[in-house]
Write a protein that binds this ligand. Sequence first.
Ligand SMILES: *Cc1c(COP(=O)(O)O)cnc(C)c1O
Length: 448
Amino acid sequence: MVGYKSKLVEQIRLPSRAQRERALEEAGYNVFNLPSDDVFVDLLTDSGTGAMSDEQWAALIRGDESYAGSRSFEELESAVEEVMGFERVVPAHQGRGAENVLYGTLVSEGDVVPNNTHFDTTRAHIANQGAEPVDCPVDDATDPDAEGPFKGNFSIERARAVVDEYGAERVPVVVQTITNNSTAGQPVSVENTRRVREFADEIGATFVIDACRFAENAYFVTQREAEFSDVSVAAVAREQLPLADALVMSGKKDALSNAGGFVATDDERLYERCKQRAILYEGFPTYGGMAGRDVAAMAVGLREAVDEAYVADRVEQIQELASMLESVGVPMYTPAGGHAVYLDAGALFSHLDPEQFPGQALVCELYREGGVRGVELGRFAFPGTDRPELVRLAVPRRMYHREHLEHVAETAAAVLERREEVSGLEIVSEPEMEEIRHFTATLEPITS
Ligand SMILES: *Cc1c(COP(=O)(O)O)cnc(C)c1O
């Protein structure tokens, strides 16, 4: 059992309905363009939005800002080694910086990279290298009603088909994302990670784990994988992560920080190559684009993430939100993920064509109704795919309380009440790079 008492508070307010209406229009019906002061409960992302602990704030003060040889970096190295089992660490300003360092080193033009499901920045980085990202989720991953314990797993069968089609020499890297963010935050079993290890060995590929939510994943493993029912979250992480050759990590997720990321590996050659690229794009390899104080806070956060009581409370809060939403009849992806609840906008707005972005329409309605900000992860965010029209409500770590979650459930219930009145959206302007259009594109309601 764990709880929190407040040491610092920040006031939030719900703008009037007219203000929300105006804000939405000014944002081009894209909630990424909303000022945060106009948002009441912000479930846009769990990335870098959590509350740091008093221990992390204390670490900030003690942070070492030395350009080279920073003590804070040594603290990070020892935390990574202890918690994740890797000795070599290349810090970066955030997860995508680490992705650039690692995939820029490992992936070349014409390569094909299988992943259980590529997260959007991962997909964009692989594409940016001139390579092709291929998703290899298990069969029931995209079925919002299937009840599997590990719907985030990597399908070896699909990855093998990719290798058969392109040849092993074009598949230098295999990635497993835990938990599987783009498949509704579903967990990956340790058994599946072992099989990916064997598969990577078989085809001579480097095995990368995207470890952004490794602690939440480890908690699910202790709950759902029989072999680990009596094992601690920390021990599961130490079993699962070292199966990979390298990790790519965003400190803004399970390192409980507001900034940062890193690559970790035990491969000396890969480490040296990553360091060179990091100097080019991130900074000297003992700070990697972060302030020393942020490195120090991230080191503390990594250890806190595998605290049994913390992570149980964290994952159970998401399950609490899911059951509140379920009790008011909102369709959603089941089971709930580790960091977010994913609403099924396709089922909720069955009167809308997928081309009319029902997911984005739901995002707009949640804001209009209750100042709640979520994010679309359907066809707007992932053009050209036929993934389910999901809306993610990601819960920041250690930030909101039950009353906030209740407000979200009431808001969703009110939208559900008037679902028939909701119209679809069309894109007015979009950036050149389609893979990341949902961050900046603007839309408008379809009026006819
Ligand atoms: C957030 C995330 C990233 C990128 O990390 P940033 O810190 O946002 O740049 C990569 N992979 C996954 C699975 C993520 O969730």
